[in-house]
Each structure stands twice: as C-alpha cells, then as structure tokens.
Design a protein around this ligand. Sequence first.
Ligand SMILES: [Zn+2]
Length: 282
Amino acid sequence: MPELPEVEITARRLDAALRGSEIESTMAPGINALKTFDPPLHALDGRAITGVRRIGKHLVVDVAGDLHVLVHLMSAGRLQLYDKRASLRDRTSRLLLRIADGRELRLREFGTKQAAWVKVLRDADLMADEAIATLGPEAWPEPPEDLRELLDVARPLHSVLRDQRVIAGIGRSWVDEILWESRLSPFKRGDDLDDDEAAALRAAIASVLDGAIEHYEKVVQLPIPDKLPLPLQVHRHQGEPCPRCGTTIEAVHYEDYVMCYCPEEQTGGKVLKDRRLSRLLK
Ligand SMILES: [Zn+2]
C-alpha cells in the first residue's frame, strides 16, 4: 500500500537515477492501465526524462517537451527501475519505459486487480487533471496550519485523514501510526478536535511521516523492492504490546484492511467493536 513516504522515496530514488536519461521506446502491456490517448504514449519516445517527483500519493515522471507521465500505484502497484528489459511474459507489467542505455522503468502490479493507472498529460493538463486538482493540501513536509478547520467535519479521524480531497498522502498504514502518536481515538470526529488535539495531530503527522522517510533514506536502494520495509509500530501489530505503554494493541477488521490502536492511550481503555466478528455473529 504505497502512501506518501513510500511514494516519496520512490520518487527520490528514480529522480536520481533517471534525470537526463532518454526514453527510447514505450509499451503499455496492461490493457487497462493507460487512461489517456492524446498525447499518445509514443509521444514520449526519444525524449529525455527531466525529473521524477511526487504529488500526494501519485508519481510524476516529467519528460522534455512539457509532457508528464502521471502514475497512481493504487494498492498493489510499484514503479521499478531495472538494468535489463522485462520478459514480455511478465504478467505484472502495466507500462514499460525503455531507456536508451538498456535500463527499463516498469510499472508493475501484483495481485489480481488491475487498478494502478497511468496518464500521459501535457503541461497545461497536469495540475488540472481530476486526480490532482481535487487533492487537498500535502500532509508533508509541512502539514496544513489550518488542520483543525480542514478536519472540521462530522466524520471519524480514521476516515477523514485518509480522504485525499481533505489532506493528501495518508492512507491505511500511516493513519494508524499518526493517531497512535497523537494519542487520539480513530473514531473521534474531526469536528470534535480542540486546539491542543489538533496541534498534537499536526505534530504527529509531521514526525511520523518524517520518521518513515528518514528510515527509507537509510534502507531503500534501487531497485525499489516489491515490499518496502514499513517501520510500523502499531498498524498490523494487533495482539502485540504497545511499544509505549505495554497494553495489548487491538484491531478492528474491515473487509480488506485492519485498523489498529492502543485502547489504553487512545480510546480511554475501551475496546472497539470488531466489525468482522460482529458481522459473523449476526
Ligand atoms: Zn499504549
């Protein structure tokens, strides 16, 4: 599940390795991945990559001639640079940018779903693209100063913090870490935050995302591994002792993910109802 820290380190590593490199040819073996047709993918052929960067959870490969490749990895995509070209039998391949020196930048996607997508956009269309234009302010490096006003809605923090239209970059893994760091209940409503809580949350967003990116700076090298070593303390640690207070970390299971929290420090000792169990018991 690549979120802001994972996309940030991917962008940094690819930028350092690809800036100035020439794209020789392009292919889109994933029939559903490429969402645009004008300009065509082949408009990239023969052009130089001028940089790789991150916007929210998206990657942008900037290409000379005011073209941009906007990539959303969704839950199971990875943008990986290899020294050699892929076998065309690699069924995880969604998009291939073949570099003139023999390397290949490959959008791969694991699992059965084809959700990762790519758009080739002209300069004028990048920031106006629906995926980018609808994003809230970036969560990092400077979380929004007006966080309390931004979150002033009758929705639980666990949901509103992951809403990219409200604040960009946070997903299921890092929201658990941020709420734990700020000692706030995942079900506390956004419009129920006082100034101190909003300040604690803002500090936690900055420190947790900073910490993750610093960790990746030390341990992640090219090629970006299929699975990044997420330095998580709470998320997916249900049943283990809280690293701060020793209380058993509890979890609420949803259809396809899990939310973890420390009941002692975040919910006043209350163990929240597990949605999965309550559904099974109905
Ligand atoms: Zn705790």
